[in-house]
Design a protein around this ligand. Structure first.
Ligand code: FAD
Length: 195
């Protein structure tokens, strides 16, 4: 039978609202308890600042607990579009940031012991139809030449034997459960500088 429940919400307890009153004075007040707000708060608190995260719903209520949980290489724009829009040098830096961001996610998950099922499990990009597949080889070549990043183009038969599914290309992917990442980050804890 088809389940119409939200997977993330029904597999992880949402973070509870803290009982503590909002402090009257802090060094930094951050509005929004999603990935951005929580990460900023974590970095500031670890450097010794007194920080309050002000969230109008519950921690992770926004996009951070509603996404697909994929931590992918590259940006939303494809490699060629990125270079066209920002120039090669900038696009290279952006691509490099996207790779280091994956390591950052993994490091935070490990440091905070967030039980979010983080795994480096590969990234499969599937072509909808043969015409789309035709561009993959050129895109792979462009990505290797411009960013030094190698991807493997798989023929349908090859791909099916590996995945039992699509005609596609393969890159590297990391996956985590979004709600548990937020809940994990929001665990009440005392942070001393440098801890
Ligand atoms: C459907 C979907 C799928 C996605 N899939 C992926 C994916 O697979 N991989 C990936 O990397 N990214 C994905 N994303 C993007 C990713 O989820 C967002 O980039 C990220 O969560 C943004 O985090 P944030 O902290 O900026 O915003 P949010 O998580 O939205 O946090 C903002 C918070 O601010 C609070 N807030 C707003 N206004 C106020 C106020 N005035 N006072 C107090 N609190 C306030 C909100 O309640 C909310 O909790 C996806 C996004 C969506 C929507």
């Amino acid at each position: 039978m088809l389940s119409e429940k939200n997977f993330w919400n029904s597999t992880v307890e949402p973070a509870s609202r803290p009982d503590a009153a909002v402090p009257s004075r802090v060094d930094v007040a951050i509005v929004g308890g999603g990935y951005a707000g929580l990460s900023a708060a974590r970095v500031l608190a670890r450097s010794g600042a007194r920080v309050a995260v002000l969230e109008q719903e519950t921690v992770g209520w926004g996009a951070s607990s509603r996404n697909a949980g994929m931590v992918l290489t590259g940006m939303k724009l494809g490699p060629e579009a990125l270079v066209k829009k920002y120039g090669e040098a900038r696009a290279r830096r952006m691509f490099a940031f996207s790779l280091s961001a994956i390591d950052t996610v993994e490091r935070i998950v490990n440091e905070e012991q967030i039980a979010c099922g983080f795994a480096r499990s590969g990234h499969l990009e599937a072509a909808w139809k043969p015409a789309h597949f035709a561009g993959y080889a050129a895109a792979a070549e462009f990505m290797e030449k411009t960013f030094g990043h190698r991807v493997q183009v798989l023929e349908a038969s090859n791909c099916q034997s590996l995945t039992h599914a699509f005609t596609s290309t393969s890159r590297t992917v990391r996956r985590r459960y979004p709600r548990s990442t937020c809940v994990g980050k929001a665990r009440p804890r005392t942070t001393s500088p440098g801890s």
